[in-house]
Design a protein around this ligand. Structure first.
Ligand code: ADP
Ligand code: MG
Length: 319
């Protein structure tokens, strides 16, 4: 049997949540196209509300899509829903474990649900790999939040799927656990498991992922190898306080400007293209006297906005 090139292929995926008594209709996904290479660690990066969990939940078969197509391990989720689901393990964003089971029972039940024969179950191996070996017979309600999350990772792997999806796996998780989790994820990836994780932390995606798709407001605004993406994320801002407070942002040749509180303004520039020196020269050329300046890293939201509005930077033709 030949293996698919892509662990997951999503085409034109749209999700509209219907209106409720208190909320209007909401288009959470506005036509997502994604190809996640087999064997990669793929990051879905985006701010809260971007649509990451909606996408993951559709992949997991927990949420119904409105339209578009999804293939997991070459299995269309409409045509072969069971086969598609068998190919992925999903660790949802919300912790949900049955408080009346022990971790061992919890994994056995999960394996049973996936029809894994008793002889092929790897309950203790999984518990040990996630540092829960000594808690195998404890009640789940006695575990810490971090232990519960690790148990959810173990549960997601009981049927030994070729793709593991983690939705915000380190939200509210301490540093030590984060490391342990990443060690396990890297080990799985080393054994050929494709990993998809969502995060709203750039550093996390940057550290782990081979490739990153940035999602904002239900759309993919960038999808490229991590190193390429980081080169594009070189936006910086200089905040200038002029001697005389301004009422509108000044027009500066070659730079975007925005008014700030107290009559100050910010100038954004790309480190690969210009320098603070050039920004200040442009400010002086506009006849403004500078009282104070400060430089700032952009927040992720600014980067998303600039990525949605700017044309991709020219890249040397190599992959
Ligand atoms: P993320 O995981 O990136 O934070 P979500 O997929 O959770 O984003 O949410 C995307 C958008 O869809 C948000 O505006 C959210 O309020 C909305 N949304 C999510 N789940 C539901 C739901 N069950 N019903 C209605 N709207 C929802
Ligand atoms: Mg989410």
């Amino acid at each position: 049997m030949t293996l698919p090139d892509y662990a997951i292929e999503v085409k034109g995926l749209i999700k509209t949540y219907p209106a409720t008594k208190t909320t209007p209709q909401m288009q959470a996904l506005k036509g997502i196209d994604l190809q996640i290479p087999r064997g990669s660690i793929f990051g879905l990066l985006g701010p809260n509300g971007a649509g990451k969990s909606t996408l993951i939940n559709i992949l997991a078969g927990l949420t119904k899509k409105t339209s578009g197509s999804v293939k997991i391990w070459d299995r269309d989720i409409d045509e072969r829903p069971r086969d598609a689901r068998a190919a992925i393990g999903v660790v949802p964003q919300e912790i949900s474990v049955d408080p009346f089971f022990t971790p061992r029972e919890s994994l056995e039940v999960q394996a049973g649900m996936y029809g894994v024969p008793a002889a092929e179950r790897r309950t203790m191996e999984l518990l040990n790999a996630l540092g829960l070996g000594d808690k195998a017979n404890a009640y789940v309600r006695q575990l810490s939040g971090g232990m519960k999350r690790r148990l959810m990772v173990a549960k997601a792997m009981t049927h030994n799927p070729p793709v593991l999806i983690l939705d915000e796996p380190t939200a509210g998780v301490d540093v030590e656990l984060r490391r342990q989790l990443w060690r396990y994820v890297l080990e799985l990836n080393g054994r050929g498991v494709t990993i998809v994780l969502t995060t709203h932390y750039l550093e996390e995606a940057q550290e782990l992922c081979d490739q990153i798709a940035i999602i904002n407001r239900g759309q993919v605004v960038a999808c490229e190898p991590t190193t390429t993406l980081l080169r594009r994320m070189d936006t910086r801002a200089v905040v200038v306080t002029p001697e005389t407070p301004l009422e509108a942002a000044p027009a500066l040749a070659g730079f975007d400007t925005k008014l700030r509180a107290g009559g100050a303004f910010q100038v954004t520039y790309r480190t690969g293209q210009s320098s603070v020196e050039q920004v200040l020269a442009a400010v002086r050329a506009a006849g403004l006297h500078i009282k104070d300046i400060a430089t700032e890293d952009p927040d992720l939201e600014d980067v998303f906005v600039s990525l949605t509005t700017q044309a991709p930077a020219a890249e040397p033709a190599k992959v």
